[in-house]
Design a protein around this ligand. Sequence first.
Ligand code: HEC
Ligand code: HEC
Length: 193
Amino acid sequence: MKTIIITVVVFALLMTTSIIMGGNKFNDKEESEYNEKEYKSYSSKNLDVAVVNNANYTEECGSCHFAYQPGLLPEKSWVKIMGDLENHFDENAELDTEMQTELTQYLTQNSADKSNYKRSKRIMRSLGKSDAPLRITKTLYFVRKHDEIPYRIVKENKDIGSFSNCTACHTNAEKGSFNEHEVKIPGYGRWED
Ligand code: HEC
Ligand code: HEC
């Protein structure tokens, strides 16, 4: 009788342990897979737009101003901009045909309408289907995000000059991050919403 009870108890203990252990193992596996997925989506979600990864683009389109990421405007806008570089905002930004073709291709293949990045999608959502603004600063999304900043802070400050000068305020713009917590307005300081 005693041995039977002991056997039953031991068996029960073994079963419980194996269920707990097995259960734990299962949970561990699930959790690590889950975390990995979370991490992956977090790190790409963390960026606002895809970073520039074309050296010619940075060189040619980043010499007068910040090399705006392709994901900041729709394809239609880039086609228009690249089609009239001779009259580029009162400047001549003409390129040779080969370079113009390469950079147009780069911009249109990575434009906001083809991007899954957060800000690209929001910029697109703020535009009508046929809208093709020549400026990021003219998109409704941009205007809404910057309408609390008094224009004189921008215009009268020689370190900024214009809203087109993204890098004057966005400390991590080149890394594809426009996070409002990383904004530092020259002569004004950190932006507190
Ligand atoms: C010779 C100088 C020069 C070069 C080179 C140049 N740009 Fe510009 N770009 C300007 C000026 C000036 C403005 C207007 C800036 C302002 O209003 O403060 C401008 C504005 C822009 C804007 C609008 C920014 C806004 O307000 O949202 C875009 C987009 C742009 N440029 C794209 C390009 C691309 C793409 C290239 C390369 C093919 C390029 N630029 C090369 C001078 C240049
Ligand atoms: C004068 C400084 C200044 C300039 C120049 C500027 N920004 Fe901003 N930007 C801000 C501030 C401040 C905010 C946060 C606004 C808020 O939410 O209150 C902001 C917000 C944003 C946001 C939304 C970020 C978020 O976390 O919600 C994006 C995207 C953005 N800016 C893109 C740009 C781009 C692209 C340019 C250049 C074409 C630019 N900005 C130029 C100051 C600036």
